[in-house]
Design a binder for this molecule. Structure first.
Ligand code: SF4
Length: 438
């Protein structure tokens, strides 16, 4: 009843069972048991789709970038349209070809009916890689990554009030040690100062900002409207994320989950705005925005092989850099990197690994038990527990050890240092790990 049926592409399981309405693969929130983090009593529907697609040999079909809902059709069924398309294709030849042993014929017949339905003219998604359509780097972050430098990006937490004094102070505190600063978009579904405003403040302080846009709070109209203006504010790096579910935020917003546009659709739309100079409705624009597009990934959210399908899709849609969820197991990271390598995408995307210095055992425990996609191994939890008052020093040492063990891995281009409000530690970590920007 979404009126935009995609069942043929999703191993015949309806993705609308996902509480967020994700239409292009799982969010980063699958629990270790592969259940949905919003409703832990049931399996993540996208995990089921991936597993069934694997059994049916249809996994590569999951790479096609599927459109956002056509809201005019929501609440209607798709059968009328399917029958209309079959008649158009020729009923007898359609059924003859669909049962044919010739795989080519079969797939052409299938697509003649279903592709027109699932890929309307205003979207035209596909499963191909589209290299960026510009030559010169648009931001300092892109310039350094292209130069082959091992970069450090960090996060400064947006304020909870209308005063930017502390924000500016924290920007100045980390500025000498990093290439770019991210500003989260109401993380944990708790409203904070907007990422766009924080990016503008950072730009005024001569720092390359990374704008984060959470699909959770975005509509296709609002997204395009914001993006055509961001270059004017000195913003060129844009990280498209799904955003934490309202369920983890304060009441009564727990069911504000249905997305108008998901993070992969955001990448597809923004890449086309930049490279083809078009709005979603097909209108041409004179001066398209310049954008270095990024995406978040969660290497340990589900099986690395399944996670890699979603990451591959993000790269095809337009992601030029990844910032990963927090990593505490350097060896396990290899499994994910190997899967990306198998998919031949390590040379198409820059990867910045998420590292967090742990300030206390409480923080470690919280991340391990409450943050979807984050897993702390026993030895790290024990070290933090034992450290007692020395926990901040122990957490810093753990971060330094992790950086040391990941910095030479194939496909790793830098780190994304998430200080979790502990901005003072950035200087120490960057200096002691020998990663000061040149
Ligand atoms: S874990 Fe995420 S993708 Fe999976 S069903 Fe839940 S909300 Fe949807």
């Amino acid at each position: 009843m979404c009126g935009n049926c995609l069942l043929q592409e999703t191993a015949f399981i309806c993705p609308m069972e996902c509480p967020k309405g994700m239409r292009n693969g799982p969010c980063g929130g699958v629990t270790p048991e592969k259940n949905c983090y919003i409703d832990e009593t049931r399996k993540c529907i996208w995990y089921c789709i991936y597993k069934r697609a694997e059994k049916l040999g249809r996994q590569e079909m999951l790479l096609e970038v599927l459109p956002p809902l056509d809201w005019d059709k929501v609440g209607t069924e798709t059968w009328g349209e399917v029958l209309g398309q079959i008649r158009k294709a020729g009923t007898i030849s359609f059924f003859k070809n669909i049962v044919s042993r010739d795989k080519e014929k079969k797939s052409r017949a299938w697509d003649s009916v279903f592709k027109t339905i699932r890929q309307p003219d205003w979207w035209q998604g596909d499963s191909d890689y589209h290299a960026p359509g510009y030559q010169e780097p648009v931001s300092e972050l892109e310039r350094r990554l292209r130069n082959g430098e091992f970069v450090v990006a960090t996060e400064v937490t947006p304020p909870l009030n209308a005063n930017t004094e502390k924000l500016a102070k924290n920007i100045e505190l980390v500025k000498p040690y990093v290439t770019a600063i991210n500003f989260t978009d109401s993380s944990s579904a708790r409203p904070r100062m907007s990422s766009i405003v924080c990016c503008k403040v950072a730009h005024d302080h001569i720092v390359d900002p990374v704008l984060q846009i959470a699909a959770r709070d975005t509509t296709r109209i609002g997204l395009q409207a914001d993006i055509i203006g961001v270059n004017e504010l000195g913003i060129f790096n844009v990280l498209c994320i799904t955003g934490d579910s309202g369920k983890v935020g304060p009441s009564p917003m727990s069911s504000m989950n249905l997305l108008d546009i998901d993070s992969i659709q955001m990448l597809w739309l923004l890449r086309r705005m930049r490279d083809e100079g078009i709005y979603l409705d097909g209108r041409k624009m004179k001066n398209p925005p310049k954008l270095f597009l990024g995406a978040a990934t969660s290497p340990f959210a589900s099986d690395p092989a399944l996670q890699a399908i979603r990451d591959h899709k993000k790269v095809n849609a337009g992601a030029q850099f990844f910032q990963t969820n927090l990593v505490f197991e350097a060896d396990r990271l290899d499994l994910w990197l190997e899967q990306l390598d198998k998919r031949n995408i390590l040379d198409k995307v820059y990867i910045l690994i998420g590292i967090a210095p742990l300030k206390s055992y409480k923080v470690a425990e919280y991340l391990h038990t409450k943050v979807p996609g984050v897993n702390l191994p026993d030895n790290i939890l024990r070290r933090m527990e034992k450290a007692g008052e020395d926990a901040p020093e122990e957490g810093t040492q753990i971060a330094l050890e992790l950086i040391e063990s990941i910095k030479n891995k194939k496909g790793v281009n830098g780190i994304h240092l998430m200080s979790l409000g502990w901005e003072e530690v950035v200087r120490r970590i960057v200096t002691d790990s020998g990663l000061l920007p040149k």
